[in-house]
Design a protein. Structure first.
Length: 386
């Protein structure tokens, strides 16, 4: 048995454990802590990923850390202080603004170190919102999930030392996102649930992300309509994700799809638990966000699966996609530009697509692999304990 290399107890604090990049990273880091010989605890409301945490040996503590109610967070601070003492926690790692004041405050009160991860770009239009956002900067160390996010933090909070803000991009599990490990039966079952015929010869694009305006689904509907007007119809767009209660936006999308007669070209298929199979079933990925992504895993995961992405040319995707080598960077919000990029993908020779996919996977392996993210994060923990 390998000798433990990390023996501390880390308490991660995250509002919920449903699907999402933040939640997945909590699970990934938890597994890394345990694999290195440490102890992982997670304070959270709970959610879909809780069972996976428990199976890997983590301890989950249910708390209303998702609440934005100041009184609830004041109670959370007291509860977290007791938990830190009782479980001999060494580091608190908070991953959201809502519980930051309670979690970082509890860590400071108990004399232990704290880490905060910025997984988004938190803009402020008022003094109160700026104060709310700034609670994350009270941690001893701040992890930004991209260079883009790090630059935003340092620009927003001019008094922060650059040495206190470290960029650690989100890691992709190369074993899970393995293009050689696909299961034909899973893919066929998925295609059936999508209402799609296997091997129909069309070029498929996967747009993964919750159904919300800023993710750009409506933009792609417009671009698809433009392609149809150019008599280009050898394509199928699969939009994966649920609307999380945004039913009006979903209705708007469906109405546009119907108006343009694109029902056989665009499918809204809802939530997907098996993204590797979803990417395997398609040829390209779309990441058309209207606002800059702090990281944008939907532009990185497909590269790991050798599926070139077409991504908006802003935010962290400028870092993660190499235009002309691993995918395309497209003008944000410009339907004509997206139609042109999709046309280029549709007409790309198969051997060129395969080469682009190969380069994409190597790019992710070198820069965005899960072991690299976990090692860098554990190194941050170790530096705080020395």
């Amino acid at each position: 048995m390998p000798k433990p290399t990390f023996t501390a107890t880390v308490l991660q604090v995250v509002p919920e454990l449903d699907t999402g990049g933040v939640e997945q990273t909590v699970v990934d880091i938890s597994e890394a802590i345990i694999a290195a010989g440490g102890r992982s605890m997670v304070a959270t409301k709970g959610g879909r990923l809780e069972e996976r945490l428990l199976k890997k040996g983590a301890t989950v503590i249910h708390m209303p850390v998702h609440s934005k109610n100041p009184f609830v967070q004041w109670q959370n601070k007291s509860t977290l202080r007791r938990l830190i003492r009782a479980e001999k926690v060494d580091i608190v790692h908070v991953r959201s603004r809502a519980p930051a004041m309670a979690a970082i405050g509890a860590a400071k009160a108990e004399g232990i170190r704290s880490v905060a991860t910025y997984a988004g770009i938190y803009n402020a239009k008022s003094g109160l919102k700026r104060w709310y956002n700034s609670q994350m900067t009270r941690a001893d160390m701040i992890i930004a999930n991209s260079d883009f996010t790090r630059a935003h933090i340092l620009e927003t909070y001019a008094g922060l030392s650059p040495d206190k803000v470290i960029s650690i991009p989100r890691g992709i599990d190369m074993k899970r996102f393995d293009p050689e490990a696909f299961d034909v039966r899973k893919i066929m079952k998925m295609e059936e649930s999508w209402g799609v015929l296997s091997g129909d010869g069309r070029i498929r694009f996967l747009l993964a992300g919750r159904l919300t305006k800023w993710k750009g689904q409506a933009l792609i509907v417009e671009a698809a309509n433009m392609l149809r007007h150019e008599d280009i119809d050898n394509f199928l767009i699969i939009m994966v994700g649920d609307d999380q209660g945004r039913s009006e936006y979903t209705k708007t999308l469906k109405d546009s799809i119907h108006k343009y007669g694109l029902e056989e070209r665009i499918k809204l298929v809802g939530h997907c638990d098996d993204m590797p199979s979803a990417y395997s079933a398609c040829h390209f990925a779309l990441a058309p966000s209207l606002e800059p992504e702090a990281f944008g895993r939907t532009a990185v995961e497909p590269q790991a699966m050798q599926r070139p992405p077409l991504a908006a040319n802003h935010g962290a995707t400028v870092e993660t996609v190499l235009p002309g080598e691993t995918g395309w960077l497209v003008k944000p919000g410009d339907a004509h530009a997206w139609a042109d990029a999709m046309k280029a993908a549709i007409t790309l020779p198969e051997e060129d697509r395969f080469e682009m996919g190969h380069q994409g996977r190597e790019h992710v392996r070198e820069q965005y692999s899960l072991p690299l993210m976990c090692q860098r994060t554990l190194d941050i923990y170790r530096s705080l304990l020395t």
